[in-house]
Write a protein that binds this ligand. Sequence first.
Ligand code: NAP
Length: 301
Amino acid sequence: MFSRRQLLKHSSLLAASGLLPAVAWAGSGIRQRVIPATGATLPVIGLGTSGNFEVGDSAAETDPLREVLKRFFASGARLIDTAPSYGRAELVLGSLLAESGQRPHCFLASKLSSVGREAGLAQFSESLRRLRTDRMDLLQVHNLRDWRTQLAVARELKSEGRIDYIGVTHYVDSAHADMAEVIASEKLDFMQINYSVASPAAAKRLLPLAADRGVAVIVNRAFEDGHLFTRVQGRALPAWAESVGVGSWAQMFLRFAISHPAVTVVIPATSRPDRQSDNLRAGYGPDLDKAQCAELIAMFG
Ligand SMILES: NC(=O)c1ccc[n+]([C@@H]2O[C@H](COP(=O)([O-])OP(=O)(O)OC[C@H]3O[C@@H](n4cnc5c(N)ncnc54)[C@H](OP(=O)(O)O)[C@@H]3O)[C@@H](O)[C@H]2O)c1
């Protein structure tokens, strides 16, 4: 990865370009977390593609996404999560990544949502074609669908060196018990789950279990699919927000997610460049402490 000197140089370039947060993080660059399976690191802010990348090819639709990706990579962020079931998202992402030349810097995660071995292998090949790549960093079994067979497919692909990591995903509290069973019984590299100020249930059992089992955690729905923003309209941030370098509710919701020690990366989805810059700023600054997290849960839970 980067040396401290490279990171400092990178940070001062970003500061000069206005892409860095107003309140500087005492560390250098966007924060990183370790992937337990390998010891490699990942920046704590990633990008989701559900909805926002499900667009056509017109300039009006793709220009904002081009800028979203430009700001994302300029900050040093890397993980992008997509899925074959997200309409045209893989196609649009693949095209913009190829055009930007950023594929080598991107930690690309997609999913398997087929039933049966042959269908799973065919879906993976089609994802590679749509994403214009010959390998993937992470392949996840989507919503635990046909998970025993699809996990076997993912392991097969990993053994062939076509993917680096395997994982499973879900997005609702009612699936946490099933997710816990899979995490406890299978050897996995990643788990992706919902966790937010309004839905903090994953912290009860799933997140500690992932930490115990050495499984990296991707958090989805940190904004509850955007619904949290209607709840904070006209509402001031807590008085302590500035002291932790948090300047917006989006940054607060993301900082909450990455403040759990088991969490590796959070993947907010946006189609707007200004919001991308806002979200990235959450990756610079200290973890919230337990009292601050509890205060947020009490506000939204
Ligand atoms: N089962 C699964 O595997 C699963 C399930 C759910 C999600 N996911 C993954 O997780 C990602 C994130 O989850 P999500 O897409 O459900 O929702 P989310 O990230 O919780 O919320 C996205 C919504 O927030 C808005 N938004 C983003 N940044 C904002 C900001 N700074 N200020 C105000 N509004 C903002 C977006 O609107 P704009 O686009 O207009 O900014 C969008 O409507 C998905 O894209 C997907 O990659 C996976």
